[in-house]
Unconditional design. Sequence first.
Length: 555
Amino acid sequence: MIKFYRRLNTSKKVFFWFVSVVLFFIISLGIAGYILQNRMPSLLKATVKEKSDGVYKLTFDSMKVSLLNGQMKLSNVKLIPDTTIHNQAQQIKKATRLFQIWVEVIDISGLNVLKLFLHKELKIKSINILKPEITVLQMKGMVKEKKSMKLIDQLPTIFQKSNINKLHIAGLSYRSVWGKDRLKDNRGRLSGLNLELTDIDLDTSINDTSRCFFARNIRVYGKNIAYKTKDGLYSFSVSNFELSTKKKEVEIDTFKIIPAYTEEEFSAKLPSKQDRYDMIYPKIMIKNIDFKYLEMHDRLPVQSMELDQATVRVFADKGMREKKTMAVNNFPAFAFRRLQLPLTIDTVRINNTDVYYKELNPKSKQAGTVVFANLTGTLFNVSNDVVQLKKNNWIKGSFETYFLGKPKLSLHLNIDMTSKVGRFNFNGSLAGAPAHFYNQLLVPIALAKAEDGYIHGVRFNVHADRYHAKVNTELLYNDLKIAILEASSGKIQKKGFLSLFVNWIGIKSDNPSKKEDKPRIANLIYEHPQEKTFFNLMWKSIYTGFKFNLGLPNS
């Protein structure tokens, strides 16, 4: 009995000390949390100011800390750069960009305090960041920064051994501006994105294939994502966006490029000639994206991209003043090579797409529209990656469409991605149609009208670069008669004598002229003006060949 009471007393003492230790620990955490909550705000603000040499100022309305629950919550957090101090500072290296950040709420929960104090390991259950607005200030005249170290190497030691079960960023908006220009303007801002990172382990080797950028999965998603260009001419919108590093996919629903002005207003807003674009892509699917390869090698391989049932409208006002800049700098190959990310897409498929090109003739005051209906095609080896281009330097594509909705047009296009002069070639054929079928283009655009005749077929083969094109065309037709039109007093009228002269002296009515003759085939060189675009080169080279096929002089 005595032994029993001794054991009972011992158990009571153990229980008492256990409870005492737990209570002491809880009270200590409470006191520490209270101290942190009162001292940490000023400490954080002072640390940010000191470490940035006064360039950055940190502010927030409130900070709640509970070490017992492992929770920390900050509201109305602002990181504000002082560009004057940054520009005047001599003792620090001037950066090419500064960051201005505002966050509505930062909520950290499930902080493992024991791990943090005993093992210097940061373990967090979740971090929720609500409505962050990030503005990048591109500083003029600053020294270009060298390529930075890896993110993991820039973090303090305590963060390099951290694990976060979930990081969620809701309602992210981002934009980049020069200096303080347009800080109060909403142009150039991307908004509506959300990010979700699961099972983040910064103590994991980069060679862990089950993770990408230290996370088991990175999900970027959003509905009604919006972006307005800095010049205010276009708005971009996406009804639904979904990216997953685990699934290796990107899915985009209803991507729109919307001009801010009507066709007439658009031309009036610009000082020189520029095409107006209006595009809708109902569905874009990108599959088998190797995000892990991007993490390890800074290059992104993609297996396939598919665009379904898109509508593309292009408007050109030929009455606008020509640009004096070099339009050839925006040839597809040159523009793609300027993309900072080395990218390779094995296959790009375009399905059931309609393309409309509308051109306003200032003389006729009317517009003609070229329609490429039900365009279907495939592009292979779409790449700007110098490593991939050493193996295969050609982007190759094949397309089929219906020109003006009826005659079938076949086109093969090849672009040399390593050529310094923008070398490319294309060839194709167009099925037959009555000559008057093309009056919907000839009358408003060329001030000409086909009164009779039949076009049996068209064939073209062009090898070109930014300076010139070697052209081979064949246009077969019979009984062709053309009326020349004039636009006076707002009306398009026929020039009787000139039409007779053109048909008598100029245009030959048949090609071949006689059944036993060989057809007139154009073999010529077209010199390309450097202020004209890539598509202008494609069309003008063929047009020059057709003039020869019609029997007209090349002038």
